[in-house]
Ligand binder design. Structure first.
Ligand code: URA
Length: 191
C-alpha cells in the first residue's frame, strides 16, 4: 500500500485488527501539524476523544495544552497521536496484543511526519516507543536517540491531574524545559 495520509486515514477508520474496534464510536488517528518537529504520543483515546474522533480533547488534553503553552508551543506547532487509535473499555491501558496490532499506524505516522522529537506521555507510550523496559519514574527526562529520532518520556497528563503532592508536576516541568531546549537546538539543523 502506498504511504499517504489518505490511505492511512482509510486504513485506521476501517481497522478491525484487534478487539478494540468493537467498542469504539470513532477511531482517533491524531491531529496537528503534519510537518511538526515534535510528535506527542499518548496512550489511547478516552471517552471524549472516542466521541469526537480527536486526540487529547478531554481533561488530560486541556492540561496538555497548558503544558505546551508553558513552553510557548501550541497544538498547531506539534502533532498529537496515541499508541492505540481506539478507546480501550473503561479507559484501561491497552493490552500488549492491542499495542502490537496498532503500532504499524504510529510507524506510518512517523514516516509521514518525520518528526525530530518523540515526546512520550506516560508508560504505555514510553514502552511502545522508547523501549519495553521503560518506567516513567525511573526513565523520564532522559533523552534517547535512535534512528535519527530524539525521544523523551515524561508523565502522562492524566497522572499529573492525580498528583496531589505536586512532586510529579515539578519533574514534568523540568522535562518540558528540556523538550523546549532540544527543540531550539534542533531547529537550526534543518529538516
Ligand atoms: N489520554 C491519552 O493518552 N490520549 C488521548 O488522546 C486522551 C487521553
Amino acid at each position: 500500500m502506498e504511504l499517504s495520509w489518505g490511505n492511512l486515514e482509510d486504513a485506521v477508520r476501517g481497522c478491525r485488527r484487534c478487539k478494540l474496534c468493537h467498542g469504539r464510536m470513532n477511531t482517533v488517528l491524531g491531529e496537528g501539524n503534519r510537518e511538526a518537529a515534535i510528535l506527542c504520543i499518548g496512550e489511547g483515546p478516552g471517552q471524549q476523544e472516542d466521541l469526537q474522533g480527536r486526540p487529547f480533547v478531554g481533561p488530560a488534553g486541556q492540561l496538555l495544552d497548558k503544558m505546551l503553552g508553558a513552553i510557548a508551543l501550541t497544538r498547531e506547532d506539534v502533532y498529537i497521536a496515541n499508541v492505540v487509535k481506539c478507546r480501550p473499555p473503561m479507559n484501561r491501558s491497552p493490552e500488549p496484543d492491542e499495542v502490537e496490532s496498532c503500532l504499524p499506524f504510529l510507524r506510518a505516522q512517523l514516516r509521514l511526519i518525520r518528526p525530530k522529537i518523540l515526546f512520550c506521555l506516560g508508560a504505555t507510550a514510553g514502552r511502545a516507543v522508547i523501549g519495553r523496559e521503560f518506567r516513567v519514574t525511573r526513565d523520564r527526562g532522559k533523552w534517547v536517540e535512535r534512528k535519527g529520532f530524539h525521544m523523551l518520556g515524561s508523565f502522562h497528563p492524566s497522572a499529573l491531574l492525580r498528583d496531589q503532592s505536586g512532586a510529579w508536576k515539578r519533574l514534568a516541568w523540568e522535562d518540558l524545559q528540556s523538550l523546549r531546549a532540544k527543540y531550539d537546538e534542533l531547529k537550526g539543523e534543518g529538516p
